[in-house]
Design a protein around this ligand. Structure first.
Ligand SMILES: [Zn+2]
Length: 300
């Protein structure tokens, strides 16, 4: 596997929907096209400063970089923009699918790809809330579709040591400097990590902000949860949105905003290099197993 992205390739070339039927047909006939990636993510609140499409933007960006690195073996299917995010619905602009809608979307796209002869499909996920919904389904889907199929949340294969080497927040966590539960739990969403990734990949989707502006907005999670939203969420079982009293989401939200101040584009590029390398490695191992007729996941 080459260690650099195929810089001579127009990035649109690896996006399935940007190709013509002739181009896809010829890539299949020649055997050069071996696999497809389905990016999934979410449209959900990412604090005061990141665009709602952060999760799907990052999984799509990483999928595209992986496909360029493995060119011409992989085409990226259209991203599934909306994910499973009911617990973010209190914040305006968030959208959510039902679990079964998300599963059905992925299954139907994978079955379409298989019908054209693509025997290897990787779902690249950009939203933590989607992960649990999909883990456990792939064994059945592999059996039903008769293809190599798996999931990779893009941060999955990087380690705490990787993150500590790049992110101040993770070094502070390691060194016991994050003195409240809120500050400890605020690292993974819309904070230094994701903000750095977005500054590197899509700076136009990152707004400037100050903590003074944040505090002046006087945000309160329980107040943001309108009766309409509560009504809408009832079928979801209302998991994860405590009501009344000192809502723990408020200090967490503020800690995320504060942690995001540490973000830089340089950190984002360093993280992206790790994520792209790791996801590409998994995709290539899946392709190799498929070509060799070996089971996936590999036998222990
Ligand atoms: Zn996110």
């Amino acid at each position: 596997m080459g260690d650099t992205v195929a810089s001579h390739v127009n990035p649109d070339r690896v996006m399935l929907a940007e190709n013509t039927r002739k181009e896809v047909r010829e890539a299949l006939q020649s055997g050069s096209l071996k696999a497809s990636i389905i990016p999934i993510g979410s449209i959900e609140q990412h604090n005061e400063h990141l665009a709602l499409n952060t999760d799907i933007a990052m999984s799509t960006f990483i999928s595209q970089q992986v496909a360029l690195r493995l060119y011409p073996q992989v085409l990226v299917a259209p991203p599934c923009q909306v994910g499973y995010s009911p617990y973010h619905m209190a914040r305006k602009g968030t959208l959510t699918l039902r679990k079964e809608t998300l599963r059905a979307y992925i299954y139907d796209v994978a079955e379409s790809l298989r019908a054209h002869g693509i025997r290897c499909v990787l779902v690249v996920n950009g939203h933590g809330g989607n992960g649990g919904i999909l883990r456990g389904v792939f064994a059945d889907w592999r059996h039903q579709l008769g293809i190599t199929m798996d999931e990779a949340s893009y941060w999955d294969q990087s380690t705490d040591a990787d993150r500590e080497g790049i992110l101040q927040g993770y070094r502070d966590l390691r060194d016991g400097k994050l003195d409240t539960v809120a500050r400890q739990t605020a690292l993974n969403h819309a904070a230094e990590d994701e903000t750095s990734l977005m500054m590197a990949a899509y700076p136009q989707r990152v707004r400037s902000f100050t903590m003074e502006e944040y505090d002046a907005a006087d945000l309160d999670y329980a107040n943001d949860l309108s009766p309409e939203v509560e009504n809408y969420l009832r079928p979801f079982g209302r998991e994860g949105w405590p009501k009344g009293g000192n809502n723990p989401e408020n200090p967490r939200d503020r800690a995320r905003q504060e942690n995001a101040m540490l973000a830089t584009a340089e950190k984002g590029e360093a993280l992206l290099a790790i994520h792209v390398r790791n996801v590409a490695g998994k995709m290539q191992r899946m392709i190799d197993a498929t070509e060799q007729g070996l089971p996936w996941p590999p036998a222990e």
